[in-house]
Design a protein around this ligand. Structure first.
Ligand code: ASP
Ligand code: MG
Length: 417
């Protein structure tokens, strides 16, 4: 068994879907194909969701844009006007429209999952139908039927014990070589749709690989492999040929966009190698994440997080920042699902660097204000360099004002303006 994951960028046009078909037909083994929503459709569904939630009449226009985008791809892939895929598409968009005509319940996270998940349901329907037309027989598997989760909507926890037998039964019950399923979404035991968190399709692919003891997992991307920096900002970024699971976890923890942070554990547990390959150059060697037990010298790897906020908390009564006080601080961050990227503390102050998630920052400050004096800076960048050397540090911090520096043996982090 091989698991292949195709993210939004790799399925954003009719020609890229034809390319997907070419890639999967290059393999002979049984395969699970995990697919995200097309292009930037999850963002479009989030906008639609917000408009619906706010009761904005604009929601129908936004649905129109989503329909047009898919329709354009459908028309190119299926010249036959009476192809059954058009009926499936109509059925799904009618369900969405029906939803938009009703008021959402008060449960934001629940409603988000019920609506935003349509992106993946539609994309997989189209891809599965297209593969049939080019004689790649496959089974469309609804991830909500095999990927069992709890009901933590928007960040669901996967029940591996229940999901395993379901997925393996699907595989053995069908003679098709290929199973096409959705990334990012799952279902509760009561039949409600859940999602695993944004960019969660990598995680779905890793779960599928784990549950089926796959030989390997391939994540197809628009870059040649794992790079030493974001090529958008650093055209001289180099490819890293191989990484250990440990290093990959570290990189995703610091915010490298290589792979969703939850992806590594399920494949590491079964010692399954993960290849990151380019769908533009499928013959390229890509990068591999696997078990490496010899020490290896790694090139410096740069990770930049933009739009950061630095908060410093100083207890008003000048009490020391001790455990009880820290647990109070963290309970507030947890409540707002804030991701803390760096922490530094002294006897009477506690400094955190966070992703700027809009209005929540103000809510957090309001909650902290009675106990702490809060100092606050926004519009910052967090630069992390793994396997640093002085030349690389100099190159990326020159001319910047450093607000916080934190250095360990392998990693140095700078909050800069
Ligand atoms: N489509 C989802 C998202 O954009 C999941 C994924 O792409 O991994 O977040
Ligand atoms: Mg996506």
């Amino acid at each position: 068994m091989i698991v292949c994951k195709f993210g939004g960028a790799s399925v954003s046009s009719a020609s890229s879907i034809k390319n997907l078909a070419k890639i999967v037909s290059g393999y002979q083994e049984k395969m699970i194909v995990v697919v995200s929503a097309f292009g930037k459709m999850t963002n479009a569904f989030e906008d639609l969701f917000d408009a619906w939630y706010e009761g904005s009449p604009n929601r129908f226009k936004l649905l129109g844009l989503i329909k047009d985008y898919h329709q354009g791809i459908l028309n190119e892939l299926f010249p036959l006007e009476n192809h059954p895929v058009y009926g499936h598409f109509q059925f799904l968009t009618d369900l969405i429209k029906e939803k938009l005509n009703k008021a959402p319940s008060g449960d934001y996270d629940f409603e988000y999952d019920q609506l935003v998940s349509f992106g993946e349901v539609i994309s997989t329907k189209i891809i599965s139908s297209f593969l049939e037309t080019v004689n790649i027989s496959n089974l469309w598997a609804d991830a909500r039927d095999w990927l069992v989760t709890d009901d933590t909507f928007r960040e669901a926890n996967v029940d591996f014990n229940q999901s395993g037998p379901r997925l393996n039964e699907l595989i053995s019950s069908d003679c098709a070589r290929l199973l096409v399923t959705q990334g990012f979404i799952g279902g509760t035991i009561d039949g409600y749709t859940t999602t695993l968190g944004r960019e969660g399709s990598d995680y779905t692919a890793a779960i599928a690989a784990n549950l089926t003891n796959a030989r390997l997992l391939v994540v197809w991307k628009d870059v040649p492999g794992i790079l030493t920096a974001d090529p958008l900002y650093f055209p001289d970024a180099e490819k890293v040929d191989e990484l250990s699971y440990q290093e990959a976890i570290e990189l995703s923890f610091y915010g490298a966009k290589v792979i969703h942070p939850k992806t590594i554990k399920p494949i590491q547990n079964k010692n399954i190698p993960l290849y990151v390959k380019s769908f533009i150059d499928p013959q390229g060697s890509g990068s591999v994440i696997r078990n490496i037990d010899r020490p290896c010298v790694l090139k410096p790897i740069l990770i930049i997080k933009k739009d950061q906020v630095l908060l410093s908390l100083i207890p008003r009564d000048f009490s020391f920042v001790v455990e009880e006080c820290l647990s109070r601080i963290f309970a507030i961050f947890f409540k707002y699902r804030m991701k803390v990227n760096l922490i530094q503390h002294s006897a009477i102050s506690f400094t955190l660097c966070l992703d700027n998630r809009g209005p929540f920052i103000q809510d957090i400050i309001d909650e902290m204000k009675s106990d702490f004096r809060v100092l606050y800076n926004e519009g910052l960048e967090l630069i992390t360099i793994r396997h640093y050397n002085s030349g690389v540090i100099e190159k990326h911090t020159a001319g910047r004002q450093v607000l916080v520096e934190q250095r360990s043996r392998n990693t140095v982090m700078y909050v800069v303006r």
